[in-house]
Design a binder for this molecule. Structure first.
Ligand SMILES: NC(=O)c1ccc[n+]([C@@H]2O[C@H](COP(=O)([O-])OP(=O)(O)OC[C@H]3O[C@@H](n4cnc5c(N)ncnc54)[C@H](OP(=O)(O)O)[C@@H]3O)[C@@H](O)[C@H]2O)c1
Length: 257
């Protein structure tokens, strides 16, 4: 299928590894010029050099002043931002009972406030061109809140509500807003999480991963490439009539409708 986005421009946040990098790779494979971002200059340059048509932009997404400058920087370098992929580092683990006021604020700042700033900066250009794709990397915790990830559940729910509301406001002007809900995709973060759980429980990382896989109807973790392909489709011209949705990429793990 021709996704119809050859020559478009994209800003993919937090894209030096894992899900963000997979999305960037899938978009460059479609001929999109992609801005790669991360916190470390050497990694950003390295990853951008691996993908044809990619350029690197060093940004710490927890620094809201730097976030405010990111879209203008990319627009100046690439000539616009047609596709905005909202992604970030994962928040810390913790329960709702122990979530402090500072934790709560940090979750909103890093998972919703920075994303709203990026959208606000990119949206005028999209509306002027009557074409735009806003896609957030969420989590299966948006559909079914995850135990011990209260910060993630709170921050991503705020972003989901914001994007769902926005999607109806801009749908008639060529801009779609959607969210992907990854379950367990085989990235560095998931491997680290499995190792940490193994240390806590005294089991091996392989045992933890096997127990986790047993909760997934597909019987395995997803690959970053599978996630990237789903993202590229939602960012495509072909998906122009799909907006306001949350698409699960979880091998059937979430059991609710
Ligand atoms: N993998 C899954 O199955 C899964 C499931 C549910 C939700 N998620 C969520 O999806 C997001 C990506 O997960 P992942 O598995 O791809 O993680 P990952 O492999 O650890 O990649 C995280 C990416 O975020 C960047 N990053 C981290 N903190 C940043 C910051 N403050 N500013 C800018 N960039 C930053 C990292 O780059 P640098 O370190 O170079 O800055 C890296 O490129 C996370 O929010 C995670 O919680 C993932």
């Amino acid at each position: 299928m021709d996704l119809g986005i050859h020559g478009r421009t994209a800003l993919v946040c937090a894209s030096t590894s894992g899900l963000g990098y997979a999305v960037a790779a899938a978009l460059t494979a479609e001929g999109v010029r992609v801005a790669i971002t991360g916190r470390r200059a050497d990694t950003v340059e390295q990853r951008a050099s691996e993908l044809s048509g990619a350029a690197g932009f060093v940004t710490d997404l927890t620094d809201l002043a730097a976030v405010a400058e990111l879209v203008p920087r990319v627009e100046q370098a690439l000539g616009g931002v047609d596709i905005l992929v909202l992604n970030s580092g994962g928040p810390p683990h913790g329960t709702a009972e122990t979530l402090s006021d500072e934790d709560f604020t940090a979750a909103i700042d890093t998972l919703a406030r920075a994303q709203r700033q990026l959208v606000a900066a990119a949206l005028p250009g999209m509306l002027a061109r009557n074409w735009g794709r806003i896609l957030a990397v969420g989590s299966s915790g948006v559909a079914e809140p995850l135990a011990d990830l209260a910060a993630s559940n709170v921050g991503r729910a705020a972003l989901a509500a914001y994007l769902k509301t926005l999607s109806a406001e801009v749908a008639s002007r060529g801009v779609t807003c959607n969210m992907l809900l990854p379950g367990r995709i085989d990235t560095d973060r998931v491997r680290l999480t499995d190792r940490a759980r193994a240390e806590q429980t005294g089991s091996s990382p392989e045992e933890v991963a096997a127990a986790s896989r047993s909760t997934i109807p597909a019987g395995r973790y997803g690959t970053p490439q599978e996630f990237g392909q789903a993202a590229a489709f939602l960012c495509s011209a072909a998906a122009g009539y799909i907006t306001g949705i949350q698409l699960r990429v979880d091998g059937g793990r979430a059991r609710s409708y």
